[in-house]
Design a protein around this ligand. Sequence first.
Ligand code: PBE
Length: 267
Amino acid sequence: SGSGSVGESVNYKITGIDPGAGIMEATERAIEDYDLEDWELVSGSGAAMTAALKKAYDKEEPIIITGWNPHWMFSKYDLKYLEDPEGSYGGEEEIHTIGRLGLKEDKPEAYKVLQQFHWKEEDMGAVMVDIQEGAKPEDAAKKWVEENQDKVDEWTKGVDKVDGDKFKFIYVSWDSEIASTNVVKTVLEDLGYEVELSQVEAGPMYTAVADGSADALLAGWLPVTHKTYLEKFGDKLDDIGVSMEGVKIGLAVPEYMNIDSIEDLKE
Ligand code: PBE
């Protein structure tokens, strides 16, 4: 509104997250696809991005962020995705569970849980909101597991208990993956596993599962978000199953901003 372009109003900056995230690669692609050579994608972290969003939102100032669903920011704030007619961000994505080679033979009980692990956006959303409101990830996960025993029973159907076997998850501190990894950790612990969580950046996460130093990751966003990682490491990974359908990445802005499409950033 008023004089000046959207670009001027945000200093031609898109507020991003950690550099290794697939959404960052997709945003660099969007900058090319839409000829946004004046624009800069600023990297940081998920936490820094949501802090910047809160700050802007509270003052009704413009901001453009890298957004994804499931994420609590869409329930806390009125946001909209910018239309993406060029398809830089793909369409409907899925979240895949990815294990190291040999996991099925070595830890068949955990493997079966990972194969059967499947939930919905609102399930993950409930855990994310609890964490965002101050609960420890472990506590939010335990609470969800207690309250959703019917769903957990589906994941553990036909799975025998173990006696202190070790299992190592590797993850990135994306809010969606903090939620999923803590929930499945709780489920494996209830089956008798001793579960370790290790937090790294996206590249090292894939490397760890590919070289077998971690057992599994729950953050395989495909087919577009982590395409490059799958191309690089795919033959050293076991794509175990899909835990959630219909997830999404893109550029998001507060509803009060007067733009609807990534194309509007050109003006
Ligand atoms: N995300 C959340 C990740 C995958 C999960 C969309 C921020 C990414 O962009 O790689």
